[in-house]
Design a protein around this ligand. Structure first.
Ligand code: CP
Length: 330
């Protein structure tokens, strides 16, 4: 477990006493040590969250605003729990009940929240790039809780932490990500995170759901799921993001399941101890069968949720250190 004042020596470059970014809008471009730093910071919160008494006063007196312009269960609740477990005052703004419905612009909404002296803002928005736009306008750290098809950085981090807990190091690990890669911010954040940490990443989707620029992301694309699964240490399944589709991308859910659904038979093509992951929400019987999603000892889906709270605690703590004047931090 690491202490916030003294990160594990040797893992980080000399002089890099702090996470050198005000915001967390994506994992693309982060150095390996910056990602490892956030994972290491989360370990103390994994331990705390497993205690009966889960309260820290680390962020006491701070105000965190969660502004969600898109639906969420896991991300919204875990950011709320994370802030509260750190002692902050947490306020949730749901767009459906806000003045966004009366025509207020995104920037005006952001400036309104800024005027309330939030100490951190957590934003989910349906448009790629919207969170970066808000970050440029406000005075406090901004955390991306998922923007369009762009990135979902805390999901990438929590997935990496889940993998690290199950498999140890990332070097030499083969991770197969299968599903709607085209529309998935989770896939993008995981690709950036896992390739940066040295894992081999394979992505698998029908041609209609594979981004044209996929080769540039240092992954190996597959359309044949059985081939993509061969030798996989981790199998990460993604749902079809119908809300981002205009037009027909697959012949039918039944046909999709036949070719790309994770069944017990298919899982047998991966390594015998391959970890099964899914960021949720799941569409059972489409991209993943229930007997795989609930497979004891193999499915890490509930562990992902657990790690999500710890990662979000770490990110809120680390990104507010500058404003809290924590000694030794940029
Ligand atoms: N994984 C994820 O982002 O889930 P939610 O949409 O429920 O937050």
């Amino acid at each position: 477990m690491t202490s916030p004042q003294s990160p594990a020596s040797g893992r980080y470059p000399a002089g890099s006493a702090a996470f050198p970014h005000r915001d967390l809008t994506g994992l693309a471009g982060l150095a390996p040590w910056e990602i490892l730093f956030l994972l290491d910071e989360a370990e103390q919160w994994v331990a705390l969250n497993r205690q009966p008494q889960k309260r820290s006063e680390r962020l006491a007196g701070l105000t965190i605003i969660n502004a969600f312009f898109e639906n969420s269960t896991r991300t919204l609740l875990s950011f709320e729990i994370a802030g509260k477990r750190l002692g902050a005052d947490v306020v949730n703004m749901q767009a459906a009940q806000s003045s966004v419905k009366k025509g207020e612009t995104l920037i005006d909404t952001a400036m309104t929240l800024n005027a309330m002296h939030a100490d951190a803002m957590v934003i989910r928005h349906q448009s790629s790039g919207a969170v970066r736009l808000i970050a440029e306008k406000v005075d406090c750290p901004v955390l991306n809780a998922g923007d369009g098809q762009h990135e979902h950085p805390t999901q990438g981090l929590l997935d990496a932490l889940t993998i690290r807990h199950a498999k140890g190091d990332f070097g030499g690990l083969r991770v197969t990500i299968c599903g709607d890669i085209l529309h998935s911010r989770v896939a993008r954040s995981n690709i950036h995170c896992l390739t940066t940490l040295g894992a081999e990443v394979r992505v698998c989707a029908p041609p209609s759901l594979m981004p044209a620029e996929i080769e540039a992301l240092k992954v190996t694309p597959f359309h044949d799921f059985d081939a993509a699964l061969k030798g996989a240490d981790v199998v990460m399944m993604l749902r079809l993001q119908q809300e981002r589709m205009s037009g027909q991308f697959i012949p039918s859910p039944r046909e999709y399941r036949h070719l790309y659904g994770l069944t017990l038979d298919r899982l047998a093509k991966a390594k015998p101890d391959a970890l099964v992951m899914h960021p949720g929400p799941m569409n059972r019987g489409v991209e993943i069968d229930s007997n795989v999603a609930d497979l004891p000892g193999r499915s890490a889906i509930t562990t992902q949720v657990e790690m999500g709270v710890a990662i979000r605690m770490a990110c809120l703590d680390v990104l507010t250190r500058r404003s809290r004047g924590v000694e030794g931090w940029a």
